[in-house]
Design a protein around this ligand. Sequence first.
Ligand SMILES: [Zn+2]
Length: 431
Amino acid sequence: MDFYDRESETQDRHSLKQFQDGRLRNLLRELRTNQFYREKFSRAGLEMDELRSAEDLKRLPFTTKGELVAEQRAYPPYGRLLTYPLSRYGYLHQTSGTTGVPFKCLDTRDDWDAWMRAWGYVYRAAGVCENDLVFCAFSFGPYLSHWAAIDGARHIGALAISGGGLTSEQRLRTIFDNRCTVLVCTPTYALHLAEVAQRLSLDLGSSAIRITIHAGEPGASVESVKRTIEQSWGATCFDHAGATEAGAWAFECQAQTGAIHLNELEFIFEVIDPHTNGSVNNGTRGELVVTTLSRPGMPVLRYRTGDLVELLEDPCPCGRTSVRIKGGVLGRADDMLIVRGVNLYPSAIDNVVRSQKSIVEYEVEIRRIEGMDDLLIKTEIGDGKNFADVKEALVSEFRSQLNIRVSVESAETGSLPRYEFKARRYKRFAE
Ligand SMILES: [Zn+2]
């Protein structure tokens, strides 16, 4: 088993909690010059030095994405979210704004180092080392994933290669030419690259890629997606989760248990019922709430990520003592579909669709027909495959695995959109 910091990662839960509490107190001492949080504390009738532990932190109201975005709108361009004078900041990134207005995140040099550490845990837990050549297939731009993945790879001593500004074919050629050993991209894009490789008659199995690490959207913990990526690339696939406004907060270890570790050395986590806001127990689904311990320049305290997770507190065979989340991020709290009374997460639908290897890409339409929700799955089938067989298999798998009836239509080859980042496969239509 590989570790980024074996001693810290395997310490007992009691000392881990003490470590978190100490770091929280340090963070709160820094935040006296942060106007946004000063006001938040004062509205709650709290003094910053009153909160001495992760348990005390629960007295502070949650922070939401809407609140942060509104803050930047009211006090442009960055809101009153910066703890230090602007001259201390060296990095600006923004969210892709898939759910609205892009949000700007600034980091000081020290805060960026914390990002690199967080990525250090991601890479080392997957077994990436200084001998690796890491290819990052993300776009250039103000989005964080690309820069964090590149600098994180350098941080652990690996050779980082950017795939920004290249076509899929150029990316594949770069991977082969340089004998890259690690691929970092979204799970959807790893599948797309495999499809392009097939078209170009490139045998991915003969590439040097031994590890793939996925970010940006759930999927790499969805069993059938993971298996397909591993088979296409002849590599071991690792999931990882994070958010621009919080950091890289979860990673998968080499024990490959189907659950990923929360990084409790850099963050404090809670899982809550998104409706009642109360804490939920081990084994129950809820929304993940994150507090950043090592980003004082622009921290988030009790931040509602909107990500649905299921906590797993059992010890992991890898020896790390951090808690895990089963199946990675299961979906967004606001993404849950209710179809004919059945609660469905996009990850569950993804798992069924991707179990059919001949499906190249798909899209889901949610329609109301005679007052009932109906799911239409549009599928693009690989060359030489029979649509009727795929349709029959899908209908039967949806019935047996998720207990719902779906309609399946065939889409012309190449007609459905391909996604490099954050796939949007769901469309909703009114009756
Ligand atoms: Zn583990």
